[in-house]
Ligand binder design. Structure first.
Ligand code: 5GP
Length: 241
């Protein structure tokens, strides 16, 4: 399989076609952005941490029976993925109130949300990712009721698998964003699952271990990404070894 031309370049990742039409290469760049692109930087090494963590979580989800686009690791910053027709939804699962749900609704930061709350935004830079509801999703033709039910069920299944995995490593999965795509009419998890798309809090200290460190200048972003990647990739209790 050989990388051919650039298909798409987003804020932090680039997707390349390959000589196999069923396979794309997703490259995690060192770029980091926040606030709808209003804050931007390039942090050397960041792409590698997000690629490692995403690859690991995709493999772990597959082992747990959840279909993803992941095929293989290409190099430390790139993965081979199945080519998908992406569904332009940002499916956010929230276990603890933080971020926009606290800004927009009367939740207290840190309030546990049980059962988990699913929020779905329209992935559209031009429209600034507005929140959708089921009727808007059908009216816009973004998914059928059956597809939306499947997407929500898959998002909740991912939540259970990842929450348990992270809890064993002393990390609370506060919330995360998934994107889905279709291949041969099968819906699979696409995009990335990384520190850029999750909110992670240390269970003991409550410290942010994710992109909030960058968004709100809470500390050294690269130190945080390196530390949390090590914790995620190590067996429980061995991350400081
Ligand atoms: P919030 O709605 O509170 O800003 O974000 C909720 C969760 O979804 C956070 O973990 C955040 O990182 C993730 N998220 C929301 N929108 C985006 C987005 O456009 N890109 C990425 N990478 N993550 C997002």
């Amino acid at each position: 399989m050989k990388q051919v031309d650039l298909l798409y370049s987003g804020k932090a990742k680039s997707v390349y076609r390959t000589d196999d039409p069923g396979v794309y290469i997703m490259k995690f760049r060192d770029d980091i952005t926040a606030f709808d692109g209003g804050k931007k930087d390039t942090l050397g090494g960041k792409g590698r941490y997000n690629a490692e963590v995403s690859s690991f979580f995709f493999r772990y989800l597959e082992e747990n029976g959840i279909k993803t686009h992941y095929l293989s690791s290409v190099d430390p910053t790139a993965i081979a993925v199945r080519s998908l027709t992406m569904i332009p939804l940002e499916v956010i699962v929230r276990n603890v109130a933080a971020g926009s749900i606290v800004r927009n609704y009367p939740f207290r930061e840190g309030e546990v949300l049980d059962p988990a709350v699913i929020v779905i935004d329209y992935k559209s830079d031009a429209h600034h990712d507005p929140m959708l509801n089921d009727d808007l999703i059908y009216a816009l033709g973004l998914a059928t009721p059956e597809e939306l039910d499947q997407i929500k069920a898959m998002a909740l299944a991912v939540n259970i698998v990842l929450s348990e995995y992270l809890a064993a490593r002393g990390i609370t999965l506060v919330d995360f964003k998934l994107e889905f795509g279709k291949t041969n009419d099968e819906i699979v998890v696409g995009d990335e699952i990384s520190m850029d798309s999750m909110r992670l809090w240390d269970k003991e200290t409550g410290a942010s271990l994710d992109k909030d460190v960058y968004r709100f200048n809470k500390g050294d972003v690269m130190e945080t990404y390196a530390g949390v990647a090590k914790r995620i990739l190590s067996p429980p209790g061995e991350e400081s070894a």
